[in-house]
Design a protein around this ligand. Structure first.
Ligand code: AMP
Ligand code: MG
Length: 343
């Protein structure tokens, strides 16, 4: 087992943290880093051997490609080619920030990053710690979420410690992630932009810049058997706590009655702020009702917390169907293995 060091990033030690992290990265090591979305498990995107290690450490399926993180537009040109005007407009509007663009890859990007595909997913994170580390390394960093595959994504350094202690030399602690769910992924290589994974940047916001953007049906529906995934990550269950998760659509009253009738040891509920006392089983709020941003920020912490208290079954109040909540709905429906009860 490797000794894992946790370094807390503060404003006044950013330079030394970035230097320590980039030294490890350039030596082919993996480092868990904070970003504004979730924590990432980073490797030098040009170092195929280092990137292979990401898949090994996470137990990530070999056909699920990684996002490449850059700190400037020179790096964009190093990793992507034939970038369309629409893609550049979107980048100018939303970068640095939680939007990932799927583009044609260059030779420089290791095939291990893209799982042999000729496209690469790229984003420029806004988190100052992430940006400083990429800049100090001077190379783009391939980084999926820093959790063990299948576990909820990490939104605190402690979540990374829980999953990766003894497996990576360094975890950089940047506090709680601002956004809390992974980036919006938008394919820019087809006739129209296609939303492959919803995030805090909603399709409505994207359409203000790219009016012809579409939403892949796989965002909210299970892929049919044998159907090819545009984004390989869409076919995995993902985000699942150990507990059996069931999403329940309906009013609070109907929810409380339904769950109350199923009260038993190990049965818990996830609800909205202020509803905790009105449900007949122990309940944890995952955000304010109708406020997708607050739900996104807390969702993964709460999914990890229900595991920690030994929940066997968790009934979850479904989020409303609006902009940001689509990102929350998309994670929950996967955590629930697409089990939804409509009351
Ligand atoms: P993660 O980094 O764990 O949040 O997962 C990255 C997501 O981006 C997964 O859903 C991948 O399938 C998706 N992705 C990465 N590269 C590509 C690509 N070249 N084309 C389509 N989707 C991609
Ligand atoms: Mg992930």
């Amino acid at each position: 087992m490797m000794n894992t060091v946790v370094m807390r990033a503060e404003k006044d030690n950013l330079e030394s943290i970035a230097a320590a992290a980039s030294k490890l990265l350039l030596a082919g090591e993996l480092v868990a880093i904070p970003t504004e979305t979730v924590y990432g498990l980073a490797a030098n995107a040009y170092d195929g051997e280092a990137v292979k290690n990401i898949f090994k450490v996470k137990g990530r399926p070999q056909d699920n490609p990684l996002i490449v993180h850059i700190s400037d537009y020179i790096m964009l040109n190093d990793v992507a080619t034939g970038v369309s005007d629409a893609a550049l407009r979107l980048a100018k509007e939303f970068w640095p920030g939680p939007l990932t663009l799927v583009l044609k890859k260059t030779e420089a990007v290791s095939e291990v990053v893209t799982c042999g595909m000729d496209t690469v997913a790229v984003r420029m994170p806004s988190n100052p710690v992430a940006a400083a580390i990429i800049k100090a390394a001077g190379v783009p960093l391939a980084a999926p979420s820093a959790n063990l595959s299948g576990r909820p994504s990490p939104t605190t350094a402690q979540h990374c410690v829980d999953d990766l202690s003894g497996k990576v030399p360094l975890i950089v602690d940047g506090g709680h992630c601002d956004v809390g769910v992974e980036s919006t992924v938008l394919s820019m290589v087809g006739e129209h932009p296609v939303l492959l994974r919803p995030g805090i940047i909603s399709i409505e916001e994207i359409r203000k810049i790219a009016p012809d953007a579409q939403v892949s049906h796989a965002v909210v529906e299970e892929l049919k058997e044998g159907e090819a995934a545009l984004s390989p990550g869409m076919k995995y269950k993902h985000y699942s706590p150990k507990a059996d998760v069931v999403m329940v659509e309906g009013s609070l009253e109907a929810f409380a009655e339904y769950v109350g009738a199923r009260a038993a040891n190990g049965v818990f509920a996830m609800c909205f702020d202020g509803e905790e006392e009105s449900i007949g089983v122990p309940s944890i709020s995952y955000g304010a009702k109708g406020n997708g941003e607050s739900q996104a920020k807390r969702l993964f912490s709460v999914l990890r917390a229900v595991d920690a208290i030994g929940a066997e079954r968790v009934y979850v109040r479904a989020p409303e169907d609006d902009g940001v909540s689509l990102a929350v709905f998309n994670r929950l429906i996967r955590a629930a293995g697409f089990k939804v009860v409509k009351l």
